[in-house]
Design a protein around this ligand. Structure first.
Ligand code: ATP
Length: 513
């Protein structure tokens, strides 16, 4: 199936099975805002738990907080967001569509990469087993030509972004002959900066002083509380503070479903360290965060690092962890070495000293910070895209199955009486009443067993238990595993142990090295 079709199917599957709904749907929706349904919220909560526990339970020196969305407006002045949290936008005069100039250029670079990949694929077919891909990439004239164009574009783009040169960004779009995907024309406006923060007013007077922002990242709530936590928690450097919460950005182009939203959720951890140690910690956190992702079992080939050319004003090293989405490798998480920029700025703007006293060195300093920042919604999207699977069964039937990692699945166990009478529903309820304290269970007695299995496959339920007449006699049931559809007869008393070993967040955490 073409990747584009996979993506469309994932989007409609999410709606049909109660994972994600467009917000305010009965009023025709609100652009780039989504609601999570009954299954979506469970999956989302499991992702959050996997992250939270891996940070806060597995690291003695990391604690959590939950700071408010509204913060003093000067915080956003100090952090640089008021002046510099901008995206370069450009409009096409014919289609009246608005684009991010940097994204148009990045897409153009991806096109050169695609051309190179096509050449490689063609050659692989032609040469078969004897194909030496590395040699081909180094010597083939067409590959070299595409690569040279791509590299030149990349260099020019990186410089324009670093210099904040909006005229040059526009010129690149013109020179590369990039057209609007809707109108097909090159009738572009100038490039302008657009601030992504939402503003609102606090209190009853609408003067400038009452303007506040919806936070565009959760990180600042951690920075302004770091000394509170350090002092009350007696934390010693190095230590980290983790937080999960909503963030808001008025994205210019919202697209790709929950990939780019205007209201979304972040899981951020700021790790406070001694100045000079930041590059070592940066390398460690890169490794740990990649291990966390790969622990889900989606295959190492589906992840890659993308080191930043253009460093944000506060960073001295930055990388993204990208996942192979149906629309290409895309950022899911950012890891940034933020130096002492944020804490230094808050000291300056608040006029208060927030230095850390290091008892070992017997001196005070402003700590450096490594940040790991991941979007819950993007993580959700990567999990669901990778898990969605249409499978041909013997007999020609197709089943849609979500091969979710069992620990993330919304429902862990469905209990089904074979028929709706003769004491089977009561027996099934008995099992649920016992197991519901341990994991999320669902009772289902409607339709044929086959249909019920399909329903559970479609929401990714790892286990189904069927209660039949034999169950009444010997307290055994059939236990069906989602992926292989294999069924085996087990004692009711053994169910909890078998299932728990595979479906808890703890089981996933134990696999983390
Ligand atoms: P992008 O380049 O895609 O706009 P970013 O580099 O601005 O993302 P960060 O500021 O590093 O993103 O935010 C950290 C994480 O928050 C991202 O890796 C992503 O998972 C998530 N995130 C950022 N913006 C959005 C959004 N509009 N919708 C959903 N998730 C987002």
């Amino acid at each position: 199936m073409a990747q584009e079709d996979v993506f469309k199917k994932v989007v409609s599957h999410c709606k049909e099975y109660g994972f994600v709904f467009p917000s305010s749907e009965i009023y025709d929706g609100l652009a780039a805002v989504y609601d999570y349904g009954q299954n979506g919220v469970e999956l989302k909560n499991n992702i959050k738990q996997y992250w939270w526990q891996s940070m806060v339970l597995l690291h003695e020196n990391i604690v959590g907080i939950d700071s408010a969305i509204f913060m003093h407006p000067t915080i956003w002045k100090a952090s640089g967001h008021v002046d510099a949290f901008n995206d370069p936008l450009i409009d096409n005069r014919d289609s009246k569509k608005r684009y991010r100039a940097d994204v148009l250029i990045e897409d153009q670079m991806a096109k050169y990469d695609e051309k190179i990949d096509k050449e490689v694929q063609k050659a692989r077919k032609r040469f078969g087993e004897n194909f030496d891909e590395a040699l081909f990439r180094e010597t083939n004239p067409r590959v070299l030509e595409h690569k040279q164009k791509r590299d030149a574009l990349h260099e020019r783009f990186a410089k324009a972004m670093n210099d904040n040169d909006l005229a040059e960004l526009r010129q690149i779009i013109i020179d590369e002959e990039i057209v609007c995907p809707i109108s097909g024309t090159r009738n572009w406006t100038e490039v302008r900066q657009f601030n992504l923060m939402f503003k609102t007013e606090m209190g009853s007077t609408a003067d400038a002083a009452s303007t506040i922002y919806l936070r565009p990242e959760t990180a600042q709530g951690i920075f302004v509380n770091y000394l509170n936590v350090q002092k009350t928690g007696h934390m010693k450097i190095p230590f980290g503070i983790a937080q999960i919460g909503k963030a808001f950005r008025n994205e210019i182009v919202a697209r790709q479903f929950i990939f780019r939203m205007r209201e979304f959720e972040q899981m951020e951890m700021q790790f406070f360290i001694k100045p000079g140690t930041e590059l070592d910690w940066f390398a460690k956190w890169k490794e740990w965060r990649m291990a966390w992702h790969q622990n889900l079992g989606f295959g190492a080939e589906n992840y890659r690092f993308h080191d930043h050319d253009k460093l944000a004003h506060y960073a001295n090293a930055a990388t993204d962890i990208e996942f192979n989405m149906p629309f290409g490798f895309k950022e899911v998480e950012g890891i940034h070495s933020r130096t002492n920029f944020d804490l230094g700025q808050h000291e300056k703007y608040s006029g208060k000293s927030i230095k850390y006293f290091d008892p070992e060195l017997n001196e005070s300093y402003t700590p450096y910070v490594i940040e790991t920042s991941i979007g819950v919604d993007r993580m959700f999207l990567s999990v669901i895209c990778h898990s969605y699977c249409e499978e041909k069964l013997e007999g020609g039937e197709t089943r849609v199955v979500l091969r979710l990692p069992a620990a993330l699945a919304p429902v862990k166990l469905a209990v089904m009486p074979l028929v709706k009478k003769n004491g089977l529903p009561e027996k099934a309820q008995e099992i649920i009443n016992d197991l519901r304290f341990h994991f999320n269970c669902q009772y289902d007695e409607k339709d044929s067993i086959g249909k019920r299995y399909r329903r559970q496959d479609a929401i990714g339920t790892p286990y189904c238990v069927t209660v039949d007449f034999q169950s009444l006699e010997d307290d055994t049931v059939t236990l069906r595993w989602r992926d292989s559809m294999e069924q085996k007869r087990v004692k009711i008393s053994e169910l909890q142990g078998i299932i728990e070993d595979n479906v808890t967040i703890t089981s996933l955490l134990k696999k983390l090295k």
